[in-house]
Design a protein around this ligand. Structure first.
Ligand SMILES: Nc1ncnc2c1ncn2[C@@H]1O[C@H](COP(=O)(O)OP(=O)(O)O)[C@@H](O)[C@H]1O
Ligand SMILES: [Mg+2]
Length: 285
């Protein structure tokens, strides 16, 4: 069954120089238990499209879609209170900047418990028990003690673990992970990725993994959407994409992988004009 179905999502920002279309007609779907990767370079509208799903864009954003449904219910047609019951509970998101996404003024424990209070209505004791259980699940040592820590007392990797704990607190059906390892040291990246994939398997969650890294795609995804300048360039299961990429942009992304380096030079991405001029840059909606 489809967890999330998006048809023709468009996001336009009002800017001083007129409307700017950050997402230009994206359609995609994720099934239960499936991992969909959205890959594309920085600025291609990956975060904005998922923030649109979450309803978290600023007021300057105009969001339209033919359909944006979670388990058959159109999110665009829900009242804000009904939508809030789903967002953060059934659909959770790990944001791109782990440290910036935690509130520096509150302890880690408070921030985990806030979600539990809001969505599950647990009492104080049960909340604390669940918060400890969650910190354990994401691999934070001494969880009882760490509940009282503030974000600045933790490393970037630990903050990311806390963000993951908050995201999975209510057992979401769909987890959106927005470049969950990009801001972290290389040595920590693999640990966090492994943790996410273990939790995904254990809970049978559907997942959207946003990344600009084809290596992460290969390790995590069942299916891939390649996004470029707010549009979907290609969609395929992960094996077909790596074996036979159809579009110039996808080929370029793959050729930019370190293992495809020529001598000591990494291939660079062609610019937009070159891509536009190439025959096989089509869009798939
Ligand atoms: N609040 C905003 N106002 C205006 N433009 C924005 C805003 N947020 C994002 N954008 C623009 O939308 C485009 C897509 O951004 P984003 O989705 O963050 O890209 P990415 O694929 O790297 O996640 C970028 O050009 C970005 O500058
Ligand atoms: Mg982003």
């Amino acid at each position: 069954m489809a967890l999330l179905e998006i048809e023709n999502l468009v996001v336009e920002f009002a800017t001083a120089s007129g409307p700017f279309r950050a997402v230009d007609g994206i359609s995609l779907s994720v099934n239960e238990g499936e991992v969909l990767a959205i890959v594309g370079e920085s600025g291609s509208g990956k975060s904005v499209s998922m923030l649109a799903v979450m309803g978290l864009l600023p007021w300057t954003a105009k969001v339209t879609a033919d359909r944006m449904a979670f388990r058959g219910r159109d999110l665009m047609k829900l009242s804000s209170p009904d939508r809030r019951k789903i967002i953060g509970k059934d659909i959770a998101m790990i944001f791109q900047e782990p440290i910036a996404s935690l509130n520096p003024c509150f302890t880690v424990g408070f921030q985990i418990e806030e979600v539990l209070r809001e969505h599950l209505g647990l009492d104080g004791k049960a909340r604390r028990r669940r918060a400890i259980e969650l910190l354990k699940a994401v691999g934070i040592p001494d969880p009882e003690e760490r509940l009282g820590a503030f974000p600045h007392q933790m490393s970037g990797g630990q903050c990311q673990r806390v963000m993951i704990a908050i995201a999975i607190a209510c057992n979401p059906k769909l987890l959106i992970a927005d470049e969950p390892t990009t801001a972290l040291d290389v040595t920590i990246q693999k640990q966090i990725l492994d943790l996410l994939m273990r939790l995904q398997t254990e809970h049978g969650m559907g997942m959207i993994m946003i990344t600009h890294n084809m290596g992460v795609v290969a390790e995590t995804a069942d299916r891939v959407v390649v996004q470029y300048r707010g549009r979907k360039m290609e969609e395929a299961d992960v094996l077909s994409l790596f074996e036979a990429p159809k579009h110039a942009y996808t080929k370029a992304l793959l050729s930019a992988l370190p293992e495809n380096a020529v001598g000591d030079r990494l291939p660079t991405m062609p610019d937009f004009a070159t891509l536009e001029a190439s025959q096989d840059l089509g869009t798939l909606r």
